[in-house]
Design a protein around this ligand. Structure first.
Ligand code: ADP
Ligand code: ZN
Length: 332
């Protein structure tokens, strides 16, 4: 099936990779394709990609599979390798991997020759339901994450759950946290599904993508509704900073969502039943553990950055499932 975003579409389904050669040939008339991936995905899927893209000549560039690869150093190295392999402006780049590969390869595509077309093929659940959608690309600096970046839409996103068969459990759970977020902010049916299930089918993956795609379509540059996607992330980012990023993003935003529900309930905005319900789901999915972390210790790490303005903190609260609001002037 296809989900349309403003200038491109997302192709999703269990046969996506079987049809990818034909699909790319329909809009790309050249032979050379440059695939940026990471060492794990390269080992697992190099031969698979060669088989699925048999009409093309593939050039692989592989980076180390860590967040630390989203660096200026790796950026420069990837650009050098692309130039050594004689990439030209009208060629096509594929980002094959999780969020790390997608963000870095997207930023390379946004900037090399002032822009080269690229395709996203997310291979983690988190990248499928979240980071491959919406056009944000970037790299980290010592001073912070994603400090350099660009909005760069891919020409196409291909999502095939086949890649999830090799994904480690902890990475899968990481993606479930963003899927739960999508349900909470935008799809009660998806939320109900996660109350009793731990494994997604293609239908839930599609629902989660639709939540994000709908929001991004209305507000591509994060002026209004796109902030809803930050539900759980104000505290989530603070928790990541507190632990110096030695905690999974999905775990950090799981606590972040709970803290945000707690605050919303205190302010009489949020349905008071939600806290216990969501906590139960997160415990079952092993995204959080008892005793729940004490939120006070993270308050000092909340950054009054681009999302928080001089009138106090802006927080995404939920009135109820599917009903997010932006609460201004929150005092902690
Ligand atoms: P995220 O999408 O959560 O940002 P990363 O890009 O950090 O994910 O990738 C998380 C880990 O999962 C990395 O070690 C990466 O190599 C690995 N990985 C990505 N996709 C797959 C896959 N389909 N099968 C197995 N491992 C994968
Ligand atoms: Zn997130």
């Amino acid at each position: 099936m296809k989900i349309n975003l403003n200038q491109y579409d997302i192709q999703i389904g269990e046969d996506t990779m079987d049809k990818i050669d034909e699909s790319i040939r329909s809009f790309y008339p050249y032979k050379e394709i440059f695939i940026i991936t990471d060492d794990n995905v390269f080992k697992l899927y190099k031969d698979f990609m060669i088989k699925k893209l048999s009409s093309f000549t593939l050039h692989f560039i592989s980076i180390e599979p860590f967040e630390s690869s989203k660096s200026l150093k790796t950026y420069e190295r990837v650009i050098n390798q692309l130039l050594d392999k004689k990439i030209r402006k009208n060629n096509l780049i594929i980002a094959l991997g999780g969020g790390v590969v997608g963000d870095l390869a997207g930023f390379v595509a946004a900037t090399l020759f002032r822009g080269v077309d690229f395709i996203q093929i997310p291979t983690t659940l988190l990248a499928m339901v979240d980071s491959s959608i919406g056009g944000k690309t970037g790299i980290d600096l010592n001073q912070g994450k994603n400090l350099i970046g660009a909005f760069k839409n891919p020409v196409k996103v291909f999502i095939d759950p086949i890649f999830l068969s090799t994904l480690p459990k902890v990475e899968y759970k990481n993606g479930l946290a963003e899927t739960l977020k999508a349900g909470l902010i935008g799809n009660p049916k998806l939320y109900e599904y996660l109350k009793v299930n731990d494994k997604l089918t293609i239908n839930e993956i599609i629902m989660a993508i639709e939540v994000k795609a709908d929001i991004v379509k209305k507000d591509p540059f994060e002026k209004n509704e796109r902030m809803f996607l930050n539900f759980g992330h104000t505290f989530g980012h603070a928790i990541e900073r507190h632990y110096d990023y030695a905690i999974k993003h999905g775990v950090a935003i799981s606590y972040g969502m709970l803290f945000s529900l707690e605050l919303g309930i205190k302010s009489k905005v949020t349905n008071p039943l939600l806290f216990d319900e969501v906590k139960k789901i997160l415990l079952r999915l092993e995204l959080i553990k008892e005793p729940i972390l004490d939120k006070e210790q993270f308050i000092g790490y909340i950054q009054y950055d681009k999302k928080n303005y001089s009138d106090g903190l802006r927080f995404v609260y939920l009135k109820d499932v599917g009903k997010p609001i932006i609460q201004k002037g929150v005092q902690l």
